[in-house]
Design a protein around this ligand. Sequence first.
Ligand code: NDP
Ligand code: 8X3
Length: 250
Amino acid sequence: MKKTALITGATSGIGKATAKLFALNEIQLILCGRRQERLDDLEAELGILTKVITLNFDIRDRSKVTKAIAALPNDFSRIDILINNAGNAHGLDTIDEGNLDDWDAMLDINVKGLLYISKAIIPQMVARKKGHIINIGSTAGKEVYPRGNVYCASKHAVDAINQGMRIDLNSHGIRVGAVNPGLVETEFSKVRFKGDNARAETVYQGFQALKPEDIADIIHFVVTRPYHVNIADLVVMPTAQASSTIINKG
Ligand code: NDP
Ligand code: 8X3
């Protein structure tokens, strides 16, 4: 039987690359995001490879998240793989200059949104005693860097939630693991710098950053291990990166 994966944040970057690779490997897809046009394009592109359905919700909206999952049609109602990927950084300010709306966005999306979607899906995995949850953390969840403060806090929370899920779902036979990337060139920095694309580009200049396809490849490797193998916590950085602040720019 073909597996079904739900990917949050499928309209861009890591989520989109993962959707494409999963489709090539005939995994059925539930693709989530807010930008409907992009969801429609993905459905048209990947629908020739596998069965695809799209869900449009802001992951901060608890009721919409719950209703969208409850209303899934029968052939998509069994979710084997949950990729908790939606998230972003907003701003790069010192703690004294931080913007409260940015802080709300990061904690509401990266932490609470991840919990809302997980809460909507975990019970069916518990009932089946089977399922695989991959939480997309970050090197920012392993160390704190200057001006990273609240984004790093949100990703440290993902790290804790990943561990907590693995502990609490252990007796139910559910696989839980995190993939924690370093610098990946996506729309991440465009969002962080609120559309200042010139500034965003400087983040990835002078070295070879990871591509979203590199992370998709790793996620696909993780989900295709035999069921007794759980990759619990994986950190991946560009070769040019040694830590959040040590990057070899030649
Ligand atoms: P992108 O900005 O390219 O993609 C982010 C995705 O998240 C989009 O599909 C976006 O969809 C979705 N998203 C954002 N906010 C919401 C929301 N409120 N509701 C629903 N969906 C939302 O960034 P990345 O691909 O880089 O980021 C994916 C994950 O990887 C994030 O969790 C990020 O923290 C993490 N990460 C990224 C790294 C990097 O260097 N790029 C490194 C380490 C981790 P839409 O706007 O359509 O809703
Ligand atoms: C994204 C990596 O270093 O930009 O989580 O925070 S970093």
